[in-house]
Ligand binder design. Structure first.
Ligand code: UD1
Length: 371
């Protein structure tokens, strides 16, 4: 068996729960040598470090420490440092056989570009998703990453159709399921044993969880103010827990909206949470309001109603089969659907095919067979 050297790239929070199951799956193949490279796009302890501990993932072998910046600056820094790192090869000087990227963040796209320019083939995990909304930075990242990758590992069937339409040959496409759900299934029992609900004075099924961080919802004062108003009104009847992403916290302060939340006794504002506390909260909630892609998928598997604050989704299975409804940034529609959930009249949906906790095993097998 020949040695297979893989450069495995992570950068931002949603990457960690996707890479962790892959690293575990590679352990079954003694000839696979995964080198974990962290770009440093996310660097705060609660957006990054806590996940390595909780997901049982090894610390990065290499950290590029690029930090925050405008898209061009951040992407350029990753490109420059990643090119050098990939060129250097593994610790014992072996060249990389392949780069493995996950998701759709700036780190995903920049690492892909650096790799293919060096002639290193790229496997993209979570390939083929399309919102068809090019105002979203993640959509640009998805399009660029997929167009340059030759192993496209797809989480839901719409992804296969999108990639075929874009002209990718069938032998590059693999419907493997959802690696994020591998992590959820593994850690759900552990999450439910935690004290998280008691710590925040919450009863199972009697609160909602809210996460908002996308520019479309949080970067315009009027939009953000209207959304916060609906949340404050709802909190009279249903406690709402809001773990605040640093970007959202900053905007709320910049726009002078902090008082809205602090004056509402039914709203519990928290810092960004680790994986286990967050899963403890979502899995026992009555409803989720979010603009996160990953949380749409997790709610679908948990059967928790999910009101998605986006006009579109690159994850159509969460709407067509799962428990998510698209709300856009429409505050009235949000209020109506919260009402529907409170009255107990909301469909729970079904779990999409292959979201079964074994996606990473399928991916590892394909990677080993084709390297
Ligand atoms: C990034 C991803 C987004 C993902 C999100 C999850 C892109 C284009 N966006 O968005 O797809 O859903 O991560 O969290 O890649 N900041 C900190 N601490 C950190 C990192 C960032 O305070 O550790 C602040 C900085 O002010 C920074 C801002 O958050 O400017 C935005 O960070 P950035 O990584 O550019 O994008 P996210 O909004 O986190």
């Amino acid at each position: 068996m020949h040695e297979i050297n893989l450069a495995c790239i992570v950068g931002a929070r949603p990457n960690f729960m996707k890479m962790a199951p892959l690293l575990r799956a590679f352990e079954s193949y003694p000839n696979v040598n995964p080198v974990l490279i962290h770009t440093g796009q996310h660097y705060d302890a609660n957006l990054s470090d806590v996940f390595f501990t909780e997901l049982g993932m090894k610390r990065p072998d290499i950290s590029l420490e690029v930090g925050s910046g405008k898209h061009g600056v951040q992407t350029a820094r990753i490109l420059e440092r990643m090119e050098q790192t990939l060129e250097e090869g593994t610790a014992d000087g072996q060249p990389y056989d392949r780069v493995v990227v996950v998701g759709d963040v700036n780190s995903t796209m920049a690492a892909t570009l650096a790799a293919v320019k060096l002639g290193i083939p790229v496997a993209h995990v979570e390939a083929g998703l399309r919102s068809f909304d090019r105002t979203m930075p993640e959509e640009i990242n998805r399009i660029v990453t997929d167009s340059l990758s030759d192993m496209l590992l797809v989480s839901e069937s719409a992804g296969i159709e999108n990639l075929r339409r874009e002209g990718h040959p069938d032998d590059h496409l693999h419907l493997v399921g959802n690696v994020m759900i591998d992590t959820l299934q593994r850690l759900l029992p552990q999450a439910r044993e935690r004290n998280t609900l008691r710590e925040h004075n919450l009863e199972p099924g009697q609160y909602g969880v809210v996460t908002l961080h996308r520019p479309a919802n949080v970067d315009t004062p009027e939009v953000l103010a209207r959304l916060l108003d609906v949340l404050v009104e709802t909190s009279d009847r249903l406690k709402l827990v809001i773990p605040l992403h640093p970007r959202t916290k900053q905007r709320i302060e910049d726009f002078g909206l902090a008082g809205k939340l602090s004056d509402a006794p039914g709203i519990v504002v928290l810092p960004p949470l680790g994986y286990l506390d967050f899963l403890a909260l979502t899995s026992q909630s009555l409803l989720v309001v979010t603009d996160s892609g990953g949380l749409q998928e997790e709610s679908t598997v948990l059967g928790i109603p999910c009101l998605t604050m986006r006009p579109n989704t690159e994850r159509p299975a969460t709407v067509d089969e799962g428990s998510s409804t698209l709300i856009g940034s429409d505050a009235e529609k949000l209020a109506r659907h919260i009402e529907q959930i409170l009255s107990g009249d909301y469909p729970r949906g079904v779990v999409p095919d292959l979201w079964d906790g074994h996606a990473a095993d399928r991916i590892a097998k394909i990677l080993v067979n084709q390297s």
